[in-house]
Design a protein around this ligand. Structure first.
Ligand code: PRP
Length: 182
């Protein structure tokens, strides 16, 4: 195992099962919808999860991307969010959006984005996350589809980074504390 990994939290097989389960749930929930289903990937961490999920969903989907940033630095996401790449389409009233996230921490990003997309006129907005750290929550928010609840450890891989590294790992691992800059 790589020396920067303290432990593998979710291996490739478990991730595959999580993606299959969420994809089946989404496919079931939108099977009879008259609207278009849009998977909205929040860059960058959600790219890998989104790629797996969209292959497994059995109803027609469109995809799009937004990029947001939270104020604050280091290993904590905090404060208000900035929209760096917005969603531009003129038919939002005909769209059911499922926001795809890699992780929920404080809950601010998804809480803010959900309200924002509803105000923009989306027919409906649901949220989906691979990982959830409820112990870190600062606002009252729960996703509609949750892959796995995890403890408050610094996780990397399957899209998640530390200082832009480790996103390409095929599993979710815990970064050794000595690899985190103070
Ligand atoms: C992470 C994650 C969520 C957000 C969750 O993104 O992908 O978007 O933080 O935190 P919150 O629940 O406290 O709002 P990050 O800002 O690290 O960007 P990245 O996906 O580009 O790595």
């Amino acid at each position: 195992m790589n020396d920067f990994i303290q432990e593998i939290l979710i291996d490739e097989q478990e991730i595959d099962g999580i993606c299959s389960k969420i994809a089946a749930d989404i496919s079931r929930d939108y099977a009879n919808s008259q609207k278009k289903l849009l998977l909205l990937c929040i860059l960058k961490g959600s790219v890998v999860f989104m790629g797996e999920l969209m292959k497994k969903i059995t109803v027609p989907v469109e995809i799009d991307f937004m990029k947001v940033s939270s104020y604050g630095s280091g290993t904590s996401s905090a404060g208000k969010i900035n929209i760096l790449l917005d969603l531009h389409r003129g038919d939002l009233e005909d769209i059911d959006i499922v926001i795809v996230e890699d992780i929920i921490d404080s809950g601010r990003t998804l809480s803010h984005l959900t309200e924002y997309l509803k105000l923009k006129g989306a027919h409906s907005v649901r949220t989906c996350t691979l990982l959830d750290k409820p112990s870190r929550r600062e606002v009252n928010f729960n996703a509609d589809y949750v892959g796995k609840i995890i403890p408050d450890k610094f996780v990397i891989g399957f899209g998640l980074d530390y200082d832009e590294k480790y996103r390409a790992l095929p599993f979710v691992g815990v970064l050794r504390p000595e690899y985190v800059k103070n």
